[in-house]
Design a protein around this ligand. Structure first.
Ligand SMILES: [Zn+2]
Length: 201
């Protein structure tokens, strides 16, 4: 069967177009349309099992960021040692087994990049970043709702949340198509990429 189109619905409430939108992709001229059936299927899975239940509970919203094709993921994470906020660079420093992390290690398509990508869920269409956009639904409340109400998920991550501003940050929710691969993992990731188990505020 042919792949869906962006104007088709991925779930009861959400269109594929909302799941691939990216200002950065537009700005950089990157075509963020999925190319494989696995990605389309994963987007549908995430929309149906994470976004639709949130829409039923909290009312209309549009996800901040869902699919990111590999080129877009690279652009966003900037394999650039000068950018200390680069998630890829930080991951390489902690995890990649070479003494020196330099510009050559950080190129698109390098071994380090492929290893980094292997553990990323947005480029597989398996993850969505979302917030509801109403002051009463704080980011922490949304994360706790997801934890307590979604029967299956891979990860729920409270990202870049600062309790001084209860609407700061966003919730990252992910789900894999293979139900045995969903770990039900809860994490907090700070704006400086420090990761802790559970929701730490
Ligand atoms: Zn995310």
């Amino acid at each position: 069967m042919a792949n869906p189109t962006l104007d088709m619905k991925a779930s009861r409430y959400f269109y594929f177009r909302e799941l691939v939108k990216s200002d950065t992709a537009v700005k950089l001229g990157i075509n963020n349309t999925p190319k494989t059936k696995a990605v389309w299927d994963s987007l549908q899975n995430v929309a149906t099992n994470i976004l639709d239940p949130a829409r039923d509970k909290f009312g209309p919203f549009s996800p901040t960021n869902c699919y990111r094709c590999p080129e877009l993921e690279y652009a966003i994470n900037q394999g650039n040692p000068d950018n200390l906020k680069s998630a890829f660079y930080n991951w390489c420093q902690k995890n990649w087994k070479t003494a020196a992390i330099n510009r050559d290690t950080l190129t698109y398509g390098s071994d380090a990049w492929l290893a980094y990508m292997e553990r990323k869920s947005h480029p597989k269409g398996e993850a969505v970043d979302f917030e509801i956009g109403r002051p009463e639904v704080t980011t922490l409340k949304l994360a706790e709702w997801a934890r307590d109400n979604l029967p299956v998920y891979d990860q729920i991550i409270l990202e870049c949340y600062n309790k001084a501003d209860p609407n700061s940050g966003w919730v990252h929710g992910s789900m894999r198509l293979d139900p045995t691969k969903n770990r039900k993992e809860l994490l907090t990731i700070s704006s400086t990429w420090v990761t802790k188990p559970g929701f730490i505020v």
